[in-house]
Design a protein around this ligand. Structure first.
Ligand SMILES: Nc1ncnc2c1ncn2[C@@H]1O[C@H](COP(=O)(O)OP(=O)(O)OP(=O)(O)O)[C@@H](O)[C@H]1O
Ligand SMILES: [Mg+2]
Length: 392
């Protein structure tokens, strides 16, 4: 194809891609579409997106076309000692013809995944107010990056930034409407109770009943609103995560003491096999994670079931904690949704009290610690929730 023809073809492609991007509000899908589009249009072996974490200001890998999500997750790239960091802080594109000659090239990832970065073109992801990250096209196929490549990637990046911001805002607005919805039910119960209490001829025993209902619904509202606040703070990055050395065993014991009455109520036995180990993190928040997992393991267990808490050291300097139960387990359909806000399995939604925020909170906390959280389950015989936190 002649140059001019090729150019027209490229712009036509970009136009089509950006139309597509703007209609995608699902965050992961969107990121995937962006990296695939870059690989296709710029003609490179791989593409990655790094975004600036609003809370810490750190630059993190969000996605890469040549990596599985687990591999990119949470890799922090030093802002002052990486090409991506340079691009993000200067807000300008940059071509590196030969990364081996580049003293600030960050080699952490290549080493981990046995991928060799030879050359790259990086462009900042900018919204109208700020730089939110960097998109990198890696290893140009059959030649060098041209001025045209820089233009094309810059256009793609500006469209991608808008789409990423929209998807983020959409996640927020979704949260607010679901939150309001969740608050309305206990509020309606409170209003009905207050109206009942106004009746002059209400029998004394009925009055007590309404008082109890008022008390329990207000408690529920208080715990709901604090869950909402926790999540909103964590997600916006306003929550401070302490980095203390925390002994795991006493922490888990404290959690057991709290849930013991609940377990006793259902005659559930809890076994503990946790070695002496110290982790680095926020004691209160890690405790919240263990408590949420334990509460679930009790709530969704069979009566007279078993809960087992174990811990061991894992790869990459992490400690892994497992909470296993003997409940109904989780169907394959539900597995991918477990950590989503407000998700509740249909057969639990009416039977067991809950909001569907516990696991979403766990995930945000664990990820803020640089760990992972996941679940394995055999429907019919039980589930094991596991998480990792950095070892001290
Ligand atoms: N151990 C488990 N076994 C089986 N299903 C579980 C287990 N833990 C969680 N679930 C399912 O996942 C859903 C989400 O759990 P999550 O802890 O986020 O919310 P919840 O327990 O419903 O409410 P809460 O916000 O009070 O924790 C639950 O409603 C339940 O259907
Ligand atoms: Mg729960």
């Amino acid at each position: 194809m002649a140059d001019a023809e090729q150019q027209i073809e490229d712009y036509r492609k970009i136009l089509e891609i950006t139309k597509h991007l703007n209609s995608t509000l699902e965050y992961r899908t969107l990121l995937q579409q962006i990296v695939l589009a870059v690989v296709d249009v710029i003609k490179v072996e791989a593409c990655s997106i790094l975004l600036i974490d609003p809370s810490t200001g750190e630059l993190r890998f969000e996605i890469a076309s040549n990596l599985r999500p687990q591999e990119t997750e949470k890799i922090i790239v030093p802002m002052d000692r990486s090409i991506a960091g340079w691009i993000a802080s200067h807000g300008e594109p940059r071509v590196i013809e030969d990364v081996t000659k580049e003293p600030i090239h960050f080699r952490g990832i290549d080493k981990d995944i046995k991928f060799e970065t030879r050359n790259l073109l990086g462009v900042p992801l900018k919204t109208h107010t700020r730089v939110i990250g960097v998109v990198q096209a890696v290893n140009k196929i059959g030649g060098r990056f041209s001025g045209e490549d820089i233009n094309l990637l810059t256009i793609l990046a500006s469209q991608a930034s808008v789409a990423i911001e929209n998807a983020r805002l959409f996640m927020q607005s979704d949260f607010i409407s679901e939150m309001v919805h969740e608050l309305r039910t206990p509020l309606a119960a409170l209003k009905a109770s207050v109206n009942l209490l106004k009746r002059p001829n209400l029998p004394e025993d009925k009055r007590d009943e309404v008082h109890n209902l008022l008390a329990s619904e207000t408690d529920r509202l208080i715990s709901l609103t604090s869950d909402f606040l926790d999540l909103a703070r964590l997600e916006s990055g306003r929550a401070e995560i302490e980095r203390d050395v925390v002994d795991l065993y006493p922490l888990i014991r404290e959690c057991l003491t709290i849930v013991e009455p609940q377990a006793a109520g259902r005659e559930i036995e809890i076994n503990l096999d946790v070695p002496e180990a110290a982790v680095v993190g926020d004691k209160g928040k890690i405790k919240q994670v263990v408590l949420n997992l334990l509460t679930n393991a009790i709530k969704y267990n069979r009566p007279r079931g078993l809960v087992k808490v174990t811990a061991h050291s894992a790869d990459n300097g992490m400690v892994q904690v497992d909470v296993a139960d003997t409940g109904d387990g989780i169907s394959a359909d539900n597995l991918p949704n477990m950590f989503r806000k407000f998700f509740r399995a249909a057969d639990h939604a009416n039977r067991v009290q809950g909001t569907g925020l516990g696991l979403a909170i766990c995930r945000t906390i664990i990820e803020a610690h640089g760990g992972n959280i996941w679940v394995n389950s055999t429907p019919g015989s039980g589930s094991t929730f596991s998480f990792t936190v950095p070892a001290a």
